[in-house]
Write a protein that binds this ligand. Structure first.
Ligand code: GDP
Ligand code: MG
Length: 192
């Protein structure tokens, strides 16, 4: 199914000059960049993107608690408290310096881009993924330093999340409808 997903090349990517490198990896999959801009996120945009949504906050916290548990560490915060704390740090971080936001379109775009990113914590992300190849950060190091895990890239987790997030960063007329020259081959019909 042809889907759209939102990608944010977060401030660490822009600051480290990795924008081109990461976009190249996305383009090479044959997924299509249909919108792109550099933004200095406002507090409002940051607050909407990292929504004050209980389910998401708990899911953020739970991932961290599980990772700590595997290492035999017991965190004092609940999943919700961890999620709320992370949200505050994310909102500060994403508004600190510019990011590059993109809409990516193509077959299974949401899941494909998530696979390309790798796991949330670069320490545990598989080599070959963006987070696995270009970062070493971990939940523990980031928490101890009181900042979000520096993992370079945000990508929507589901189609619904993508629809909600794209509206925060782009108007309809900033998302372009066009054909890549390789599309006829990629989505080819028939066997002759
Ligand atoms: P993602 O979808 O893989 O980006 O991960 P989440 O949606 O769960 O979390 C959003 C972002 O918050 C992550 O990309 C990290 O930058 C950051 N983050 C998540 N969990 C933690 C945590 O436990 N501690 C810290 N310091 N940052 C976190
Ligand atoms: Mg997420």
């Amino acid at each position: 199914m042809i889907e759209r997903t939102l990608v944010i090349l977060k401030p660490d990517t822009v600051q480290r000059g990795l924008v081109g490198e990461i976009i190249q990896r996305i383009e090479k999959t044959t997924l299509k960049v249909v919108a792109m801009k550099m933004v200095y996120a406002s507090k409002e945009q940051a607050g909407e993107h990292y929504a004050d949504d209980q389910e998401w906050l708990i899911s953020v916290g739970e991932k961290t608690l599980k990772s700590a548990e595997k290492k035999g560490i017991k965190l004092s915060r609940t999943a919700l408290e961890q999620g709320q704390w992370v949200r505050q740090m994310l909102m500060n971080y994403i508004t600190m310096s510019p990011s590059v936001v993109l809409v990516i379109e193509g077959h299974s775009a949401v899941a494909k881009i998530r696979m390309l990113c790798g796991g949330t914590s670069p320490q545990e992300a598989t080599p070959g993924t963006i987070r696995g190849d270009y970062a070493v950060d971990s939940y523990m190091l980031a928490d101890a330093s009181e900042r979000p895990v520096q993992n370079l890239i945000h990508a929507s987790g589901t189609i619904e999340e993508a629809k909600r997030e794209i509206k925060i960063w782009f108007t309809d007329n900033e998302i372009h409808v066009f054909k890549r020259v390789d599309e006829d081959l990629i989505y080819r019909k028939g066997s002759s």
